[in-house]
Every structure is written in C-alpha cells, then in structure tokens.
Design a protein around this ligand. Structure first.
Ligand code: DX5
Ligand code: ZN
Length: 218
C-alpha cells in the first residue's frame, strides 16, 4: 500500500490559515491531521470547533482528527457533523473504548485509537479487529516540535505483528517528531501514515518538504 503523509495543522500559521490549508491541498500530502486539545487530558489547549469548521471548508483531502480530550464520547456527533473523516481517541481517555469505537463508526467516520508513549501495544489485543487506525504517539501528546522517542520503532513492529496475526487491516500512524531522518525507518518497520507538523510548516519550502517525505516513504 502507498504510504501516506499527514501534515499536522497545529504547526500552521493561524494568521494565514487558509493559505496554509491551500498549500497542503496543492501538495503531495494525503491527509490533514487536526489536533484537538482540551487542557485537561494534555497540558495545552489547541483550538476547537469554529477553527475546525474553517479548516474543513477549505480542505480538499481526508480530515484526520486526533482528539486529546477527556470523555470524547460527548463530541462524536459534533465532529461527524463538522466533517471529520477519521476520528481518533486516546486509549488513556476512554473507560469504555469498545463502545466509543462503535459510536464513531455509527456516526459514519473511520475509528482510530492513539497510544501514549508509555502505553503498551498489548492493550489493543482484544479490539484490534475493530480499529481502522492506531496512532502511536512518538512524543508525549500536547505540543508540536518535540523530539522523536526512539522506543517507537519497537512499538511499530509489535503493532504490525498484532495486526498481521489477527488478519486485521488497521493502518499504523506515527505522530510526533517525524522528519526526513526517521521517516524511512518508520515505514520499514511497518508504519503506513506519518504525521508531520513542525518539519513541514516550519520549513522554508513546505511543498518540497512534503514531496521529499512522500518520496522517502514510497
Ligand atoms: C502532538 C500532536 C502532533 C503534533 C506533531 O500532541 O498530536 O500531531 O502536531 O507535531 P510535530 O510533528 O511538530 O512533532
Ligand atoms: Zn496529533
């Protein structure tokens, strides 16, 4: 399968949001990755519904929403109405994860689960069949621009084994500290989707940076 690049809008220039969205539209990127933070599950607040609504108005590619919020069940319908195509919740934020995943699918979206760096892959053994995507956090969630955690490679391999063992078709997404230095190794060990925030948006030539990442992984 073709490997995908998902620029994280968290690193965009919010004073020029439409310009940055159009840049992603015009690039070889595959998805928009949208980080929603509540200041409770993570020690930072990003942006909420009105900003997401504006992003979706201009975005011409798949909208991949990563919820870093407590009790995400409260907002599943809202994110579906706003136009999210994929909705990812954190394992650590869901008491009844199976129910949450079914609710996301019933609302017409693909369902993902994100794991914090300290959370073992094994917690997904009994739900992997139901997941369209697993997002392995390669930094502690809450901020862009952090350094990649090397233990991630091992987790990607473990997850790949779990998916294959179960004949599941779950995509493996990596989120945090992705650059041209780790992209190749990540896909070699099994990653399907690479999220990249700072590396894309802080680049002088983001269109070329995206194209370069896309070439490295395919
Ligand atoms: C972190 C977010 C990431 C972040 C990635 O909590 O989930 O999506 O935007 O940013 P970089 O690529 O700068 O680490
Ligand atoms: Zn994210």
């Amino acid at each position: 399968m073709e490997k995908l690049i998902a620029p994280s809008v968290l690193a965009a220039d919010f004073g020029n949001l439409q310009r940055d969205i159009e840049m992603v539209n015009d690039s070889k990127a595959d998805w928009f990755h949208i980080d929603i933070m509540d200041g409770v599950f993570v020690p930072n607040i990003s942006f909420g519904m009105p900003v997401l609504k504006s992003i979706v108005q201009h975005a011409k590619k798949t909208v991949d929403v990563h919820l870093m919020i407590v009790d995400p069940d409260r907002y599943i319908e809202t994110f579906a109405d706003l136009g999210a195509n994929i909705l990812t919740v954190h394992y650590e934020a869901c008491t009844h994860l199976h129910r949450t995943i079914q609710a996301i699918k019933a609302a017409g979206m693909k369902a993902g689960v994100a794991l914090n760096p300290h959370t073992p892959i094994a917690v997904l053994e009994d739900i992997i069949h139901d997941l369209d995507l697993v997002c392995i956090m390669s930094v502690n969630p809450g901020f862009g621009g952090q350094s990649f955690i090397e233990n991630t490679y091992k987790k990607v391999q473990q997850l790949k084994n779990l998916i294959e063992f179960n004949n599941a078709s779950t995509l493996i997404e990596i989120d945090g500290g992705v650059t041209d230095q780790n992209a190749n190794k990540l896909v070699e060990v099994g990653a399907d989707v690479l999220v990249a925030g700072s590396f894309v948006f802080k680049s002088e030539t983001p269109i070329e940076t995206i194209e370069n990442l896309k070439t490295i992984v395919n």
